[in-house]
Design a protein around this ligand. Structure first.
Ligand code: NDP
Length: 490
């Protein structure tokens, strides 16, 4: 075990929260070795026993919710209330994954069709083995748990590398798991910096990597995985749009917009970053929004910027946006590290960094649009495509817009509400990544389909897969296929 260590710091005060080992590549490979043994045991336990253990783990996490929320607050900086909300969501997902794994992944019979009348066919989803989870610091429980819970429920062992900014909470999640599963190292956390994550992604015994972080790092992780043809799930953030249609409840829209943009200091992959408001309600919406924003206080309503390096990016976006557009709340002096006060800028050109690049800060750009169609076109003109929001009183129209939004998830008349519905898959398109966590798709993401066909009896006169097949059998087959599929429908 490496003795080289690093500190995790409280982003608000700079105080040391904890000291953790920088796991060397050798330490990572040892952990993966232990995970391989654990995966064989855990995979063989079966769905019912795994469910029992995971529900017990869920209860353990719930019993420790105050302690865990305090630790998230210390390491990430978010208020304890927001940390608690994050834990509640993670617990809800763990519960869903545990309860639904057997139904989604368990063995079932499938229809064999007319040609396969003499066959019985079954489909089930088997564990992959060892899953590597590389997590971020912005939601250090909810985000990795979206992979960890589903991977465990699917019968895999997990080796988790938390962000170097939030290692303590990652360590605690695995420690508590031992209370429910003491026999083997089914869920381990290894701490370290980027190289530790790289060693995990590059280990050929890791059968899938679930990554959350920047698009640039996702590409590096994919390159490491390509060496062994290891598949990955990549959740790489976004530039989510918030559309306010002419018939929206403006007070509710402004309230949701502000929370979606500023909570967690804007460090949310599905946070609101771009706002498009239909001309007819623009002024009314802006009044509601700026009135509320004026009451918001960094350091009270939301915490500091967790990653010191991010402050420079936020500052660059604000400087650029306020030069080209008009600041209606805050401005360049909103940046007072480690805090950033709310910033709202109007009329920022669509090709500027503040509109195109992920800001990950408590800032938004707002633009007036002719109608919802133009808002949608602008919303979709992004390299990212993770989430998004639509406010409208017309449910049918809002659903239509949501379907046309180029993103993995869209919330209507609420923000981020999809993340709290465990049955809904979570993930993006384009630079936001690929693959899905959560829901049935999230369970299948960490499993491999196993197809089995069994001949129940020999079909008289229809032995097709044999060198003894005669012309009459082929003739019968052509007649059958013509009967089944030969009629054209015009
Ligand atoms: P990164 O993408 O660099 O880090 C994400 C995770 O990957 C961390 O655990 C990190 O470890 C690990 N990692 C870093 N390098 C490698 C590597 N070569 N191989 C394997 N794993 C690696 O994100 P940052 O934390 O630096 O944040 C940068 C930007 O990413 C933010 O500004 C934000 O825009 C975006 N982001 C998006 C998130 C989302 O929710 N989608 C979450 C976090 C960030 P370590 O922390 O030790 O470097």
């Amino acid at each position: 075990m490496s003795t080289v260590t690093f500190d995790s710091l409280n982003p608000a005060t700079g105080a040391v929260v904890g000291t953790h080992p920088k796991a060397s590549p050798e330490a990572v490979h040892e952990a993966v070795g232990r995970a391989e043994t654990a995966a064989a045991w855990w995979g063989a336990l079966g769905h019912a026993e795994r469910k029992r253990r995971l529900l017990d783990y869920k209860a353990v996490l719930t019993q420790h919710i105050r302690e865990l929320a305090a630790l998230v607050h210390e390491e990430n900086g978010k208020p304890v209330g927001d940390a608690t909300l994050e834990l509640v969501l993670a617990i809800t997902h763990l519960d869903w994954a545990a309860r639904n794994a057997a139904k989604v992944l368990g063995r079932r019979r499938v229809n064999t069709g007319m040609i396969g009348l003499n066959l019985a066919a079954t489909l089930e989803y088997l564990p992959l083995g060892v899953v590597g989870v590389i997590g971020p610091w912005n939601y250090p429980v909810f985000t990795p748990m979206g992979s960890i819970a589903y991977a465990l429920a699917a019968g895999n062992a997990v080796v988790f590398k938390p962000s170097e900014l939030t290692p303590g909470i990652g360590v605690r999640l695995a420690e508590l798991f031992k209370e429910s599963v003491p026999e083997h190292e089914v869920f381990q956390t290894i701490t370290g910096l980027g190289e530790t994550g790289a060693a995990l992604a590059g280990d050929p015994r890791v059968k899938k990597v679930a990554f959350t972080g920047s698009t640039a790092t996702a590409k590096r992780v994919m390159a490491a995985c390509a060496e062994n043809l290891t598949p990955i799930v990549a959740e790489c953030g976004g530039k989510d749009a918030f559309i306010v249609d002419a018939d929206a409840d403006l007070a509710a829209a402004a309230d949701a917009c502000l929370w979606g943009a500023m909570s967690n200091a804007g460090q949310t992959c599905v946070g609101v970053e771009r706002v498009y408001v239909v001309d007819a309600v623009y002024d009314g919406f802006m009044r509601e929004l700026t009135e509320r924003a004026a009451r918001l206080k960094a350091g009270e309503d939301y915490g500091p910027i967790t990653m010191p390096g991010q402050v420079e990016i936020i500052k660059r976006h604000i400087d650029d946006a306020t030069k080209a557009g008009k600041a209606v709340t805050g401005g360049p002096d909103a940046v007072r590290p480690p805090y950033v006060d709310p910033v709202i800028v109007e009329d920022v050109p669509e090709d500027s960094p503040a509109v195109r690049e992920e800001t990950f800060g408590p800032t938004i750009t707002v633009r007036r649009t002719r109608d919802a169609q133009e808002a949608l076109e602008l919303a979709n003109a992004s390299a990212y495509g993770l989430g998004g929001t639509i406010f409208s009183r017309n449910a049918r129209r809002a659903t239509e817009l949501a379907r046309l939004m180029r993103s993995g998830m869209t919330a209507i008349n609420s923000v981020i509400s999809f993340a709290g519905v465990p049955a809904l898959p979570f993930g993006g398109v384009g630079d936001s990544g690929f693959g899905r966590i959560h829901g049935a798709d999230g369970l299948r993401e960490f499993a491999r389909p196993k197809a089995i066909s069994r001949q129940r009896f020999a079909m008289p006169g229809m032995n097709l897969t044999s060198f003894n097949r005669g012309p009459e059998e082929l003739e019968r087959l052509v007649r059958l296929i013509t009967f089944l599929h030969g009629r054209r429908k015009r």
